[in-house]
Each structure stands twice: as structure tokens, then as C-alpha cells.
Design a protein around this ligand. Structure first.
Ligand code: AMP
Ligand code: ZN
Ligand code: FE
Ligand code: FE
Length: 292
């Protein structure tokens, strides 16, 4: 059984529509695919319907923009209720912040001699409710300023880069709590990717598990080398949390992240399903208690 639990569609900054992504998952030999667009649940119904059609199980996910001490941390939510009011409100605030920072980024790019207009970026965004730096990168490519998304990040858009503008994100602990209150599981995406070892050392992860019930950490991810994966796997085991794996597929947006290039152990996936089923029944008990 092949399971890939973290992918993006054109509903955020991937390039396949949700249905296309699920069809590709089927062709890639995946049995289970998690759709985890940035700060939106909008692609899930389409993906699930296509999954039913082609025989791929779709896990309902989302990647929430959080931060710790001002640095970005991505939190994967699995099985969270899209209608949970507090989570939905915070996600809307994050999406507003994505749009709100655009003018600032474009002003910096113009000053750096690589101008693109808001209309050029919005043409790349299309119908996505979640405007991401990869869309800005795509506008830079279209304008002939860079050759690919990676060059756009390396030269201009990366965290702390010359055209980077911070945006609203959710405090990590609060993000975990919001996901739990929405009945979901919270898993930190690529915790030690791109220099985050300092930001999320073992004692911090331990406190997140102890104080907030963090459910898991993503271990097998492109941004982690072999040694980091070994250490994180050991850590997940000692903390008693789920160790997941994924491609973080973005379609043609990131050519080196093919669907299924990293996968999640079936035993870990079954445990996720058990925990979700348990959460559902306890949430149902809570709400029937409130009704009484
Ligand atoms: P945003 O949602 O606007 O914060 O942009 C985050 C997206 O950009 C994610 O899909 C990341 O994979 C991608 N990204 C972030 N940092 C980099 C980087 N340094 N190089 C390439 N892609 C990046
Ligand atoms: Zn992305
Ligand atoms: Fe991420
Ligand atoms: Fe991602």
C-alpha cells in the first residue's frame, strides 16, 4: 500500500487541479493521497469525488501557515472540519494576509529591477483563494526575469530574501489547538527543513506533544537529508508521535517532488485513522452533551 500524505493542487500553489492530481496519484500507483493545500479546504470535495471514481483514497488535509518566534512553521491538518468556525476564521485571516502583502512584495521587486504587476500575478493565481509566493515566482518567469520558481526564491522571495515581506501567520501552539478543536490531527510539516532545526529542537517538539498533544511530525520529506530523517524518526518514536512521509508535490511547480517520492508507512496511516475515528466519537459525545 502506497500512501502520500502531503500534496498541493491549483487550489493553492500546485499546478494540477484537484481531480488531475488524484488521477496522477492513481497513475503513480498510490492507494492513498492527502491533499493539503495552503490555508484552504476548497479542493477537497473535487479530489474526494475523483478519488471515488478512480479508486484512490483521498485524505482530507490542509497545510496551515503558522509561526514560532516570528519564523514560519507549516502545520498539516488531517480530518479537520472545514466548518469549524474558529479555524475557518483564522484561515480567512491568513489568506487575507497573503493578498495584503502582495503590493509590498511587488514594490520591492520593482526596486530590484524585476517589475511585475499585480494583474500579472493574479493571472497566475487564477481561481486560487490562497495567493502564494510561487504565484509571484510564476509571474517573474512569465516576464522573463527568472527561469524557474527556484531561481525566484533563491534571488528574491525566500524567507529573509530581498523581496520577502512577512504576512499574518498563526502562533504554532494555537494552530495545533485550533486543528484539534476542529476534530483534526496536527502534524508538523518538514520540521527540520531549510534550517528549522534551531527553531524546533527536540525539547520544543516534546513540549508541543506534552502541552498541546501534537500528533506527529513529517519525517520523510525532500527537505530532510538521510541523517535528519534518522534523527527525526528516533525522536518521533521516543515522543510516541506519528512519523509521516510525503512528496509535498506541487505539479510542475517543483519538478523534483514527484508524487510518491516519499511515502507514509501503512501502520502509521492506520494509527492516524484510529485516532481520527476516536476524535470523531469524542467530538460527537461533546456536542450531544452540549445539546442536552
Ligand atoms: P507562501 O505560501 O507564499 O509562504 O510560499 C510558500 C511556498 O513556497 C511553499 O510551497 C514552499 O514550498 C515554497 N518555498 C518556500 N521557501 C522556498 C525556497 N526557499 N525555495 C523554494 N520554494 C520555497
Ligand atoms: Zn506550496
Ligand atoms: Fe510547507
Ligand atoms: Fe506543502
Amino acid at each position: 500500500m502506497r500512501i502520500d500524505l502531503h500534496t498541493h493542487s491549483s487550489v493553492s500553489d500546485g499546478t494540477d487541479t484537484p481531480a488531475e492530481l488524484v488521477r496522477r496519484a492513481q497513475v503513480a500507483g498510490l492507494d492513498v493521497v492527502g491533499l493539503t493545500d495552503h490555508d484552504t479546504f476548497d479542493g477537497l470535495d473535487e479530489a474526494a469525488a475523483e478519488g471515488d471514481r478512480v479508486g484512490v483514497q483521498v485524505v482530507r488535509g490542509m497545510e496551515l501557515s503558522c509561526s514560532r518566534e516570528g519564523n514560519s512553521v507549516h502545520l498539516l491538518a488531517y480530518g479537520a472540519d472545514p466548518d469549524s468556525p474558529d479555524l475557518a476564521a483564522e484561515m480567512a485571516r491568513v489568506r487575507d494576509g497573503r493578498l495584503g502583502r502582495l503590493a509590498g512584495v511587488l514594490a520591492k521587486l520593482a526596486a530590484l529591477g524585476v517589475p511585475v504587476s499585480e494583474a500579472e500575478v493574479m493571472a497566475q493565481v487564477g481561481d486560487s483563494p490562497s495567493v502564494g509566493r510561487p504565484h509571484i515566482a510564476d509571474a517573474l518567469i512569465k516576464a522573463g526575469h527568472v527561469v524557474d520558481r527556484q531561481e525566484a526564491f533563491d534571488r528574491f522571495l525566500a524567507d529573509g530574501g530581498p523581496a520577502h515581506v512577512p504576512r499574518y501567520t498563526i502562533e504554532l501552539e494555537r494552530g495545533i489547538d485550533l486543528i484539534h478543536r476542529a476534530g483534526g490531527l496536527a502534524v508538523i510539516a518538514h520540521p527540520w527543513g531549510r534550517g528549522r532545526e534551531q527553531l524546533l529542537p527536540p525539547n520544543v517538539l516534546q513540549a508541543l506533544v506534552g502541552d498541546h498533544g501534537l500528533d506527529g511530525i513529517e519525517v520523510d520529506h525532500q527537505d530532510h537529508g538521510a541523517e535528519v530523517r534518522r534523527e527525526l524518526r528516533r525522536l518521533a518514536e521516543s515522543l510516541g508521535v506519528l512519523a509521516t512521509g510525503s512528496s509535498d508535490y506541487h505539479g510542475t511547480g517543483k519538478l523534483d517532488h514527484d508524487l510518491g517520492c516519499n511515502t507514509t508507512d501503512p501502520e502509521v496511516f492506520y494509527e492516524m485513522q484510529r485516532r481520527l475515528a476516536h476524535r470523531e466519537s469524542s467530538t460527537a459525545q461533546q456536542s450531544s452533551a452540549t445539546e442536552l
